[in-house]
Write a protein that binds this ligand. Sequence first.
Ligand SMILES: [Fe+2]
Ligand SMILES: [Fe+2]
Length: 424
Amino acid sequence: MLNKRVKVYISIVIGLGLSFIVYSIINVPTKKIVDIILFAFFAFLAESMPIYTTKEVTVSVAFAIDLMAILIFGPYEGALIAAIGIGFQIGKYMDGRVRHIFNFPYYKTLFNISQIALSVGIGGLIYGYTGGVPGAYIYPNHLLSAILAAMIYYLLNTSIVAVLLSLLTNKSLTYVLTKEIKWMVPNFLFLAFLGIIMSEAFVRIGYVSLILLFIPLFMIRYMFKLYMDSKQSYYDTINVLVKALDAKDKYTAGHSKNVEKIAALLCREFGFSESHTEMVKIAALLHDIGKIGVKEEVLNKPGKLSDEELSIIREHPQKGYEILKEVPALKEVSLWVKYHHEWYNGNGYPDGIKGEEIPLEAQILSLADVFDALVSDRPYRKAFSQEGAYEIIVGNEGTQFSPKIIKAFKKAFEKHREEFKHDI
Ligand SMILES: [Fe+2]
Ligand SMILES: [Fe+2]
C-alpha cells in the first residue's frame, strides 16, 4: 500500500508533468506531428527493450533517443516524444507476463510519463537557454550546451525516480543513489555520447541516421544482457548450494537468508560500498556451507551433542573455507567464512585468533549468525525474543564481540528494528 508521503510525492510529479505536457501540446506546431510520431515510435521501441541492472532498476537506451528529440526538435517536442515512448512501452513482469499500458496501473503510467516529460523538457529548455539551437549543427558551437542538456536530463530523471524509490523502500536517498552510482557514470557517458553523435548525424543526413542508431543500440543491449545473465547464473549457483544445505540441515533451513539480511544491515552501518556489501551477503549465504560435509545424524540430532559430535560440527568453518577457496572470485569470502566462529577474546574456533586479527566482515557474519540463531527455535530451547537476543549479544561485548561491531549493531537495531524480525 502506498503511504501518504508517497502519494503526495507522486501527485506533485504528476501535476507538474501533466501541466508541462499540456503546455507542450499547445506550443508544438502541427507540421511537427509526423516527426513526433516517428520519434515517439523509436522511443517506444527503445523503452520496450530495457536492461535490468537489479530487480527494480532498469537502464533504457531510450535516453539517447529522448536526447536526440530535444537536440533536433526542442524541449516541447522532446517532452511529448519521451512521454509517448514511455507511456506505451511494453515490458515484462517478473513472472514473465507481458506488461503494457492497458494492464499497467494507471498511476504508474502517469508518474512515468510525467517524470520523463519534466526531465526531458527541462533538459531541452536548458539547451535553448545556454545558446543551443534545436535542429542546427551541434558541433562545434553547441556541443557544451548539448552536454549540459544531457546532464540535466539524466540528473533530473535519476533523482525523481530515486526519491520515489527511497520513499517506497524507506531507505535514505543517499543509499538509493550510491547503490546506482556505479551504473550511472558509464551509462550516462555512453548514452549521452550516442545521443549527441546521432543528433548530429540526423541533422546532416536525416532519417537514414536512425537506422545507424539502432544497430549500436541493439549491440549494447545484447552486451548488457550477456553480462546480467552471467551474473544471474553466478547467484543461481550460490542459491543451489544454499538450498542443498537447507535440505540437509533441517534445523537451520532459512538461516542463511536471515543472516544475509542482518549482515547487509551491519554493512550499511560501516558504510561499505555496494560491491563490498554484495560480497559479504554472498559470504552470509554460504557461511555454514561446510556443514554439507558434516554427517546428518550429527547435524539433525535432537538432544544435546557429545564432545565428539561437537568437535565434528566445529569443523564446518574450516570445511567451508576449503570448499570456497577453490573459487577464485570467492577467495576473500572463503576467509570470512572460515572465521565466522572466532571470538573477539580469542576463545572461538577454528584458529582462536582475536581482536583485530578477525576480519571485520567475519565479525559481521558472526554477529548476524548469533542473532539469527538466538531468535530461532532450537531442539533444546525455545527462540528468544528480539529484545532478549539483543540483550544477550550486547552483554557479550568484549568477550565474543568487539566494541566496534556492537556499536554498529546497536545503531542498526535502533534504525531497522522491523528488518531484524525473523521472517522465514
Ligand atoms: Fe556456523
Ligand atoms: Fe550459522
